[in-house]
Write a protein that binds this ligand. Sequence first.
Ligand code: SF4
Ligand code: SF4
Length: 696
Amino acid sequence: MIENLVFVLVLAAAIVVFYKSISRISRMIKSGKSIEIKDHPKERWKLMGKVAIGQSKMVARPLSAIFHIFVYVGFLVVNIEMIEILIDGVAGTHRVLSFTGTIYPVLISVFELFALSVILACAVFLSRRNIIRLKRFWNKEMTLWPRSDANIILITEILLMSAILIMNASDSILQDRNHGHYAAVGSFLVSGGIKPLLSGMSEGSLIFLERFTWWFHIVGVLIFLNYIPFSKHLHVFLAFPNVFYSKLGPKAKMAAISSITNEIRLMLNPSAEVPLQTEGTEIGQFGAKDVPDYTWKNLMDAFTCTECGRCTSSCPANITGKALSPRKIMMDVRDRAEELDSFYRKNPKDQSDGKSLLDKITTEEIWACTTCNACVQECPVNIDPVAVILELRRYLFLEKSAAPGELNIMFTNIENNGAPWQFSPEDRLKWAHDAGLEVPLMADLFSQGKKPEYLFWVGSSGAFDDRYKKVSVQFVKILNALKIDYAVLGPEETDTADSARRSGNEMLYQMQTLQIIELLKSYEVKKILTCCPHDFNTFKNEYPDFGGNFEVVHHSQFLSKLINEGKINLNSSQFKGKNITYHDPCYLGRGNGEYEAPRHIIRELKDSTFTEMKRNREFSLCCGAGGGQMFKEAEKGNKEVFIERIEDAIETKADIVATACPFCMVMMTDGIKYKNMEETMKNYDIAELVAIAMGL
Ligand code: SF4
Ligand code: SF4
């Protein structure tokens, strides 16, 4: 009776404390800005089933996936036994479910097998962290509490599972000796194996051991439950809602700041009446400098982080020795939320503690990101560290004018010349004239009452970058040879300012965007063709937020389709015997899910071989140029990202590195030069490969 009373009191205390801790977490998450995420509920349930319940993103690292599934399923299944323990504890029964007869020992044996698998998996995880010392568990943010936290969790799980097995073994021996109410529970599979170790014990000792492990297990579980809200283990609860509410659609899409849209719209057209509805939040301050500036979803991300480090181990900046670690970014947001919450609890009347997230995250970390989305791809619980970084960039530029100097030069050039470099808009067609090419101009055709099927968006690199101008030439030769109905904007084209947006300059990006949309609408453009994955992403995913809806095709998709339709014949043997590898541009691959079109083109090149780099498709390594990096010096590290990437290409022993992006081309070409391999390794764009194979 006293035992039951103690049990009920312990249980009630544990529930009250747990409720308070969960309320604290909920309060901290709700301290973020409010946003509504109610779209596509079916898709969201499916995603949760696949990623959170099905653990689909763990599969990429099979060994760790298997052991994680052991722990995940094992812990869930073993805790079903908790139902019996709870009933026994409250009602004073012993093994209340044993009325199920012969089913009972089978059931308990299954639980025991799972308990054993949890012990095994935790032992492996402990050794990976403490003996093998996997690099991702030893980054600088993984000292002190984060490292102890992981070890505490693993050791606790081993102890809890061991308690179950010892409890069952001692119970079985007592049963074998036909001792009172310990009788008739059957024999169990795993604990049967440890019975010989305990068989010499007296009945009194066995009863004590059985009771002790029973109490140890249940009190341990309750303590563990109350430890979870203070640990990275919180993901066992938050992973499900976090995945449910995670970003659907293309990873590379950025949300707009709608207050800027309205401002620019009024600037461009003061008589406009209805504000454009854009995705994003209405905010008084641009970007984020502290936790309350983020949405509740960003904060839920931070509290869901398991600190597994998969993001950091795939981050090109971190791999090459820079200070940025996406895991640390999420941990900093969480730590700052906790710091702020405890400050407001102690000082309810104060407005601010005088600190901000920028005291934890340095500008060196913020500007090192290439926005490659490798971290988002890797995260097993769909956390988005890039969103956090980009809001900090927005704050730094829009509120503090504190972007790196080289980025300011890029912004000024776009403002003045409509290109990130100092070139005149009048020279936007010089690449074609220099090559003696006839390229139809949209303005000319439109004035003749013609509406070409495609607008070929040349892009600033296609118009001005010495190497990429050659790609524009080759692509136009293909269009002309196939008699495609297209036109270019020529001097009317301007930069999409995608790099400016990713560098925090939302104002410039939206200014360019609204003007471009106006221009395209004036020509009644329906389809856009572009070689640049950054412009492709901008037109396809981001323009709809501003009222620009176009069919957007990347040149690799366009060429692949024409090959499929038999309109392009790649039968010439120009690439005979050549080994070709392909570098996935982040904004085409990971950002927009297009992996196959460029590969299809390469495979169609007669008598050549195609070799994948070890990091490919969704796990491809960035070239290092995205997110504005193309226009600035890289942050301090031990290597340039493009060198790390060209080494992947060199490993394939390729003669040709194929690319499908102007930025990637610059970086891969630099990499080849850096390695002094210009004689043995060439870099071609997909369009050039097709043009050469067509004999153009
Ligand atoms: S987007 Fe790429 S560079 Fe930026 S934090 Fe994520 S992995 Fe690192
Ligand atoms: S953000 Fe995701 S991948 Fe990175 S440490 Fe946290 S849980 Fe792991």
